[in-house]
Each structure stands twice: as C-alpha cells, then as structure tokens.
Ligand binder design. Structure first.
Ligand code: FAD
Ligand code: MLT
Ligand code: ZN
Length: 464
C-alpha cells in the first residue's frame, strides 16, 4: 500500500498526534482480549470528531481501504483485530460526556467514553447507568453498543440494546446518519439504529449515543451463597422471583472457578469454612436493612436449597463478595491458555442442559484441560471456559479443546440455544454462527451488510 499518499491525506484531516504509524506504538491497537492478531494494523487513526470520522471513511471508501473500528479492545470474539493492510479507526479521543438530562433521564456521549465514566457521572447526578461488566474501566460505550454487551445486571435492566435511545453513525461512504434523538417513541418505519447494535463494526462507525439512565437503586444488598447442586441455584432463582425480590444480579461460579480466582488474587476472601461445588452472588435492591434477604436465605437453608450464605454488611464486604465473581476472567487468563464458549439456553431448559453437559464432561474428564463454569445464570447464560497450564503448547491445547467443544456446541444447538450469548461472533466464532442462525437469517445478514457496506471496507471478515 502506498502509505505516504494516504498519510498525507489523513494529515490534512486529523488533528496533530492523531495518526500512529510507528510499529511499536501501533501495537496497542488492532487487537483485543483474545490476542488473535497475527500481524499489526497498517496504521491507526484517532479522530476527534464525527466530521473527521466522516472524512476518513469517505476517503477510505473512494480508495478501497479497509478499516477496523477499535473501542477499548476488551472484546472476546476478535472483533477489533486488524491485520497489516487494514487501518484502525480508534474512538479513544472521542471520549466526552456531552450532556446528562435529569428530566428525561438520559445521557448523551461520544462513542469513545469509557463505560465506568458514564456510571460515575450518572451517580454524581443521583442516577444509575446499569451496564456493568468487569471490563468497565477499559471498554467503551461504542464497543458496548457494537457488541450489544450484556453483563452483570442484565436480569434487571437488559443489555446495551435496552439502554440505547439514539445513535449517530458514520456509514462506509462517509455519510453521517443522525438517529441521535431523545425520542422515547418513534414508530416511523424501520428503526435502523437497532441494526448497528450488535453489528460489531461491520455496518458503520458509532460516533455518538444517547443512553437511558434509571433512578439509583435504593439500597443494594449482596450475598454470596453456596450450593451443593446446579439445580439448587435454579430453585433459589425461582423462589427469589416468586417472592418479588427486586433482583439486580444473580451470578454463579463453580468451585474450580473460585479456586483459580483465589490463586491469582491475594486479597480474595474465602466466604465459607468449607468448599462447595457452586457459589452464587445474589444482589437485590431493597430497604436499607437486609433482613428480608437474610430471612429468605435462612428459609432456603432450612429447606436445603442453600448450603451456606453470607451477606455483606458494609461497602468493603460488598466489594469483596463481588470481587469473587468479577476477578474470574482475569485470573483465568493468568492461569494459562483459555478458550471460551459463551452460551445461552432458555432458562426453563437450563437444568436439563446442565445435566447433559455435566454427563459428557465427566465422561471426557481430560487429563490436562479443566472446564471452568461461571456466568449470568439468571439470563440462562453460562461461560464455559476450557483452560490448561502453559506446559502444553497453544496448538495442542486448542486441538484438544476442539474435540470437547464440538460436543458442547452441538448440545447447545440441540437445546436451540445460542453459541454466543453476549460476546458476539467477530473473527473467532464465524465457523459456529450457523449453529444458532438459519441459512435464511445468514443470507439476509449478508444482504444487509452489502447494502450498508457495498465495497466491504468496514471490519472485513468479521461475523460473516
Ligand atoms: P472492542 O473490543 O474494542 O470492540 C468490540 C467490537 O466492536 C469490534 O468488532 C469493534 O470493531 C467494534 N467497535 C468498537 N467500537 C466501535 C464503534 N465506535 N463503532 C463501531 N464498532 C465499534 N462482555 C459482556 O457482554 N458481558 C460481560 O460481562 C463482559 N465481561 C467482560 C469482562 C472482562 C474482564 C473482559 C476483558 C471482557 C468482558 N466482556 C463482557 C467483553 C467486552 O468487554 C465487551 O464485548 C465490550 O462491550 C467490548 O467493548 P470494547 O470497547 O472493548 O470494544
Ligand atoms: C464475564 O461475565 O465475566 C465476561 O463475559 C467475561 C468472560 O466470559 O470471561
Ligand atoms: Zn459474561
């Protein structure tokens, strides 16, 4: 590629220090949590306004240059991965919170704002932004929208799609599509913004968004609960719903997940005197005292659904209990090789699904691969993680994982579940898309892609 000609043009568009072509510096972009990158991006552009994004894309469109949008690069499907003839467009410098509206309960942001910053700004205004994930300190709102992120509070508030009121998007030819209104109701034909939510940068670059805020929870009570059986988790969930608890999160993790997390976090607490097969983190909104939850857990203990439980009594304990769950991903990455299946099945079938999953995993009982389970159980979303120490090569690890994974994924298909609940398809899950989507759905997706990006310059090779 004739870089100098293109760089000359981009220098006329971008502000100073917003083009990175140095091979060492550009290494921080064009990759994500999967570390799937084989080569680096050609160069990185860091626009500071929608107009700059528009001019960049118009030029790329006219010159057939391929671009890869980058948010916080915490994605788990290789969606932000760029190779050597591709240009990364990073939203890092478009990170302003434009306005918080405390009447309509909404916030307008540039796409590169870090998710945690939106949470903090909402809190300062006595409001709450409910998208919450362990990557919140690094991921960006644009990345959350492009992946339709789920996260820890989905059971109460839904995912990113449910939070988006309006969007501004730049199309592949540079057209600015302004759908960033603050209208809560607008049934005027197709609601195009929804196509961009979860499109993983393949249909347009999200530059601004207006998001819902909600009233701050009154008082969050959090408990860690021990379970002997997976079914006990589901019975407890059902009881919580039945008794009208205002559930804001219900997460689970296995004993193996807990053991690995403890090993890589010195400050990690041991919630109980003995170990249990499963643990849950239950968070609900309630009155300032937690007697209702305490009574519920005591009752569940008596009828044997719960084997032990502890409730946080101050903010430090609150953080300690949440850390047991939030530190799992990072601990797994420190432990060794990790390969992830992020699956959902409908909640009424979760018990049967788990039974069959456990049966074949017990049969397989691999000598160097451990299967670690955790996730958003109240949404039917289980993260099935295969891990091994780095004493084996990555190639051997992946070859072995493939054999186990195939059975897991076919079980998901049998249960009409999804092979990617919240992480997306990106680069690394393209081969399994057809397990959860019909040929007709995939054909329509391809037609949509062609009509939005006829030259195929936007995040090529991702999803389809
Ligand atoms: P990136 O990784 O940079 O990009 C993701 C995709 O979006 C790519 O395809 C990219 O091209 C595209 N993209 C990024 N910005 C834009 C834009 N402005 N316009 C168009 N396309 C864009 N995910 C969950 O759903 N739930 C969880 O609970 C969760 N927990 C996590 C915990 C940890 C520790 C980590 C590391 C990840 C976790 N994730 C989770 C995955 C990840 O954080 C989310 O997918 C997140 O939404 C990605 O945001 P990002 O800004 O890092 O996007
Ligand atoms: C989580 O729920 O912690 C995330 O989705 C990350 C992961 O699956 O590792
Ligand atoms: Zn998750």
């Amino acid at each position: 590629m004739d870089n100098s000609k293109h760089l000359d043009y981009f220098n006329t568009v971008c502000s100073p220090h917003s083009i990175i072509s140095d091979s060492k510096l550009k290494k921080s972009w064009g990759d994500d949590w999967t570390k799937e990158r084989k080569s680096g991006p050609n160069f990185v552009l860091l626009p500071q306004s929608t107009e700059e994004v528009s001019k960049i894309l118009k030029y790329c469109y006219e010159n057939n240059l391929k671009v890869v949008p980058n948010g916080g690069r915490t994605g788990m499907a290789g969606g932000a991965v760029a190779c050597d003839d591709e240009i990364v467009i990073s939203l890092d410098k478009m990170n302003k919170i434009i306005e918080i509206d405390t009447v309509s309960l909404s916030v307008c942001v540039e796409a590169g704002v870090i998710t945690q910053n939106v949470q903090e700004q909402a809190k300062k205004n006595n409001l709450f932004f409910p998208i919450d994930l362990a990557a919140k300190g690094s991921c960006q709102i644009g990345g959350n929208i492009a992946t339709n992120a789920g996260g820890l509070k989905f059971v109460a508030y839904g995912g990113m799609r449910e939070q988006v009121i309006g969007l501004e998007v730049v199309l592949s030819d540079g057209t600015i599509l302004d759908m960033n209104s603050n209208l809560r109701k607008n049934n005027t034909g197709y609601d195009l913004k929804h196509l961009f939510i979860g499109s993983e940068g393949t249909l347009g670059i999200i530059t601004k968004a207006r998001l819902k805020l909600v009233p701050k929870p009154r008082h969050l009570n959090v408990s860690c609960v021990a379970f002997e059986k997976f079914d006990d988790i589901l019975s407890t969930l059902q009881q919580l719903h039945q008794k009208n608890f205002s559930l804001t999160a219900f997460e689970f993790f296995s004993a193996k997940a807990h053991k690995i997390t403890k090993a890589y976090n010195q400050d990690s607490i041991e919630p109980f005197e003995k170990s249990y097969p499963f643990y849950g983190i239950i968070e609900c909104d309630g009155d300032t005292n937690d007697s209702q939850l305490e009574e519920f857990l005591a009752e569940s203990f008596e009828n044997s659904h719960v084997s032990d439980a502890t409730i946080a009594s101050n903010s430090q304990e609150f953080a300690n209990l949440w850390a047991l769950r939030e530190n799992i991903s990072e601990s797994l990455s420190n432990h060794g090789w990790v390969h992830k299946n992020d699956i959902t099945v409908s909640i009424d079938k979760l018990s049967l699904f788990y039974q069959e999953l456990e049966e074949f995993l017990t049969k397989k009982n691999h000598d160097f691969i451990d299967v670690i389970l955790f996730g958003h159980v109240a949404d039917g979303n289980i993260h099935i993680n295969y891990t091994a120490k780095k004493t084996v090569t990555k190639e051997i690890f992946l070859e072995e994982v493939k054999k186990i994974e195939q059975e897991t994924l076919h079980l998901v298909k049998k249960f009409k579940g999804s092979v990617s609940a919240e992480h997306g398809i990106g680069l690394i899950k393209k081969d399994i898309l057809a397990l959860s989507r019909s040929a007709d759905e995939i054909r329509l997706m391809s037609e949509i892609k062609k009509s939005f990006d006829p030259k195929g310059i936007l995040n090529p090779g991702k999803i389809l």
